[in-house]
Design a protein around this ligand. Structure first.
Ligand SMILES: [Zn+2]
Length: 193
């Protein structure tokens, strides 16, 4: 089962290393004003897994421009945090996809394991069915997926990316793919379809 992987601290540590990569690229790009970026992480209290998460999950990597008069914030994409939400991206994808299955028992099991209540899961469903398909990100990206029904989100993403349930690399590809929606403006509604 997918969620077996979530029980291993090494999986969460691995995703943190992906975030460090993404942050490095952001930092090297610098501020559009030409200023350098310095660390200004956001505190986070992630929910969605019962297991004890590494310390690194207490914050989301972020930067501020160090130039006076600019001080603009720049937050890199993340493979861990989906938008401003405190739930972990992997959990949001997995639970929402499982919810599409026919079995309420499965949902209850996931509840117990991952700690997301029914209301939260319903919100995620809404996100995948209504908000996500409208984004510019998805309108461009969906070309990669053939014959896709909206009702299949996010399950279709799991099927496309995760070939072995316990493969970190597969999860990395999926979460990297989704990472553009984790930054400000990433969930902007697209103009064309
Ligand atoms: Zn700046």
């Amino acid at each position: 089962m997918y969620h077996e992987l979530f029980r291993h601290a090494s999986f969460w540590a691995f995703l943190f290393s992906v975030d460090e990569d993404l942050a490095k690229a952001t930092r090297e790009a610098g501020c559009p004003c030409g200023g350098r970026l310095h660390g200004a992480n956001f505190p986070r209290k992630p929910r969605g897994v019962r297991e004890k998460l590494p310390e690194s999950y207490r914050y989301r990597l972020s930067f501020c421009c160090e130039r006076d008069g600019c001080r603009k914030r720049k937050t890199p994409p993340s493979a861990r945090f989906l938008g401003r939400k405190v739930y972990l991206g992997a959990v949001v994808v997995l639970v929402a996809a499982m919810r599409q299955g026919p079995s309420p028992r499965r949902v209850r099991e996931l509840n117990e394991l991952l700690g997301a209540d029914v209301r939260t899961i319903a919100r995620w469903r809404k996100f995948w069915c209504e908000q996500f398909p409208q984004t510019s990100f998805w309108k461009v990206a969906r070309g990669r997926f053939v014959s896709l029904a909206m009702a299949d989100l996010p399950r279709v993403l799991l099927e496309a990316f995760i070939h072995r349930h316990d493969s970190r690399e597969d999860w990395e590809r999926l979460l990297r793919f989704l990472s553009p929606i984790t930054i400000t403006g990433g969930l902007a509604i697209g103009g064309h379809s």
